[in-house]
Design a binder for this molecule. Sequence first.
Ligand code: GLU
Length: 595
Amino acid sequence: MTRARPVRTRWWTLLVALGLTAATLVAAPDAEARTRPVRQPVAVGSGGAVATVDPEASAIGLDVLARGGNAVDAAVASAAALGVTEPYSAGIGGGGFFVFYEAATGEVHTLDGRETAPAAMRVDSFAPGGSALPFAEAVTSGLSVGVPGTPATWEEALERWGTITMNRALAGSIQLARRGFEVDETFRSQTESNADRFADFPATRELFLPDGEAPAVGTRFRNPDLADTYRLIAREGADAITTGPVAEDIVETVQQPPVDPAADRVVRPGLMTTADLAAYEVVEREPTVSDYRGLEVYGMGPPSSGGTTVGEALNVLERFDLSAMDRTQALHHYLEASAIAFADRNRYVGDPASVDVPVEELLSDGFAAERACLVEPDAVLPRPVAPGSPDGSYTGCPDGGIPGGESPEGPSTTHLTTADRWGNVVSYTLTIESTGGSGIVVPGRGFLLNNELTDFSFTDTQGGDDPNLPGPGKRPRSSMSPTIVLRDGEPWLALGSPGGATIITTVLQTLVNRVDLGQDLPTALAAPRASQRNGTTQAEPGFETAELQALGHTFTPTAELGAAAAVELLGDGRFQAVAEPTRRGGGSARVVEED
Ligand code: GLU
């Protein structure tokens, strides 16, 4: 089923390949050193690069690259490892968006592996009798579980662009799940903060609360059930999840959530059937693209709002010379552009199979010019900013309209970026929605089910025109923003982040820092963040608020926004892989041959 794809050869790739061969002859690569997990925020070198939030996941991806695998192979291998070590953020019970720059053709491809609502879902499924369910009740339920898309995404990516089988891609993670990994503070505290609800589901409790509590830092966490499930996928592909005994287990778990009879938790059953699972399809989408100061910024189209919102905000910002402004003015423009783009996101973006999303107009220069004229240098636009009219007729600054709205945001999800010596690049964000997803482990299978359907609007938030209401077979709007930036037609930078709708602002701010504010990538990524989503602005400690407050901005402190992972291609066959220095305990950036 898998096949190797020819890759376009560049002069430097030949040099790199020759260099690697010579190095291999002189001294066999130290596979043990390579597979040793290393927590480090920056790595520079050649032969391929990987950046994730987790040392084990980066080491597994690196090993695949070093053994001759390409960026797609490494991305799938690292993602599978994240399913083991970051089970509360991502895994085979969830979905994601995979963006790929293919060196052989110079094209950017995107795969939509988003979770999908069952055929029985209705517009009022989250608002029976007209009033919205309490959010927490919807999160920990069978009702919010969407049909998972992650195994099918891995399969599609490997079949189309990979060079290794699923069996090889999962080999490292199967071992990892069996031998276990060392519990760190992030894993412990994420378990701890979920302990109440995990305790109410015997299967979840047995897996994640051994001895009745969160595993201690420094102990080994093993998941043999997940290793067995991965082995099934390794043998049978994604069908192992969407048909047969695992599919039956998923459906039973969703329809009759296995809650402890002694628990007094209301756990609503879900609507998913085996037919829903069997019908799941990964969809190849057109990427979004926006030109930004001579760069081409590629992103994920609907049902993610990532590409259109990052792209629209950049188009608005392009009307201003940020690099000539002082920092306060540049950050003010960043916050205003973000608020404007979110107003339009909320009004216009949903699943393109159900609503007509005006992607081209949202990303047009005419619309950006109309929206940019709202921005005042010395005043803050009143929130919420009303959405604009991306209708092709752009005359001036509009006013009036319906208010936007903000959705609850969690810190879940994970992002990884890989690049290989042939110039292929992957930017992949995957999730199970909340940290810990629905809180429900499929008994005996070792993984949590997502609660992605809580990304739908429960009731109309847009005056009768909400594009993101639930529906049969519909995919909820996402904010995931896996991004690849080309410079002079060649990949230059790839990045993404978790963080719900703050994903969009993390990606946007990192791009502004790197492109406009003269920061190198490690500085751009580590810099304190602020997130403006057409409401209050969240700001991390250290984000300069005083002068922005004088302009009229107000801030809500927040401990952390996002956990980005990025790779910059330095142009001579070398890479700078960059992960978080401190957020979520710090990530892991690796290259095959360090400088
Ligand atoms: N479900 C969210 C989305 O697709 C991601 C969850 C998170 O990052 O917290 O936008």
